[in-house]
Design a protein around this ligand. Structure first.
Ligand code: ADP
Ligand code: MG
Length: 246
């Protein structure tokens, strides 16, 4: 078990996150899903060059809302992280003069450019957990941080390959425990991302529902497209619009 302080050049990133990103809390989901996509694509690449061995299984991303436990989880089956990688990529958040930059641009979309995407989860959470297992032989890892710079990091026995980010949604962000809200955000940010993304409510018996179309019209050959394809695409973009005349 390791205990320590998250190292940042400015004394603490949490006030910065809260102060500058107040206006657009929604981006946390986009950042965490894009990390899940990155991790999945990395694994596909490593597998194609023979660096990741064996069956990859179904590569998908699951977003699970548990309103009772007040958690929102983002789960991928990507490369995962070893303890050393969590320490390097999550704990040692080094970014120079981010405070200056953010105060100048005051633009939440910029946060991804700092390698601060993961920390945007703290905008809406009291506590964030990571359960992750690398595609290598490294032991799975549990990391947890409650929004002050102290974190816990230790190895665990069992976990599936990939990463599970668990956000313990805070009182002010209760809106993100509403399934219609999360679904709308996923539809807005993830509609055409290249890995299947499923949404599920923990309390619901329903099968997880796929949010995105991983094979959008523009990756197909024009000669292979039918009128129906064009009309379906139009419907995807304008679900409440009328059928186009042409
Ligand atoms: P960025 O994505 O711009 O590098 P982030 O703060 O979003 O910055 O993530 C920091 C790093 O943490 C990533 O570069 C990656 O190495 C690691 N990471 C984050 N999420 C995941 C994940 N789901 N699976 C594997 N690694 C991850
Ligand atoms: Mg990121």
């Amino acid at each position: 078990m390791q205990k320590g302080q998250i190292r940042v050049q400015t004394e603490n990133i949490f006030p910065i996150i809260k102060k500058f990103l107040y206006s657009d809390h929604e981006i946390f989901l986009r950042e965490l899903v894009s990390n899940a996509i990155d991790a999945t694509q990395k694994l596909k690449t490593l597998s194609s060059i023979g660096e990741a061995k064996g069956e990859l299984g179904e590569l998908r991303i699951d977003v699970v809302l548990d309103a009772k436990e007040k958690t929102l989880s983002i789960i991928d089956r990507g490369v995962g992280m070893s303890a050393g990688e969590v320490d390097k990529y999550i704990n040692q958040v080094a970014f120079s003069s981010a405070e200056d930059f953010l105060s100048k641009y005051k633009d939440a979309s910029i946060i991804g450019h700092f390698g601060l995407g993961f920390y945007s989860g703290f905008m809406v959470s009291d506590k964030v957990d990571i359960i992750t297992k690398s595609f290598t032989d490294a032991k799975p890892v549990y990391w947890s941080c409650d929004g002050n710079p102290e974190f816990e990091l230790y190895e665990i026995e069992e976990a599936e390959r990939g990463t599970r980010i668990v956000l313990h949604i805070n009182e002010e962000s209760k809106e993100f425990l509403e399934s219609y809200r999360i679904k709308a955000m996923l539809e807005k940010f993830c509609r055409f991302l290249p890995v299947p993304i499923f949404f599920k409510e923990a309390a619901s018996e329903d099968e997880p529902k796929q949010i995105n179309n991983t094979n959008p019209i523009w990756v197909k050959k024009p000669a292979e497209l039918t009128t129906q394809d064009y009309q379906d695409f139009y419907k995807e973009l304008y679900p409440y619009g009328e059928t186009p005349l042409f």
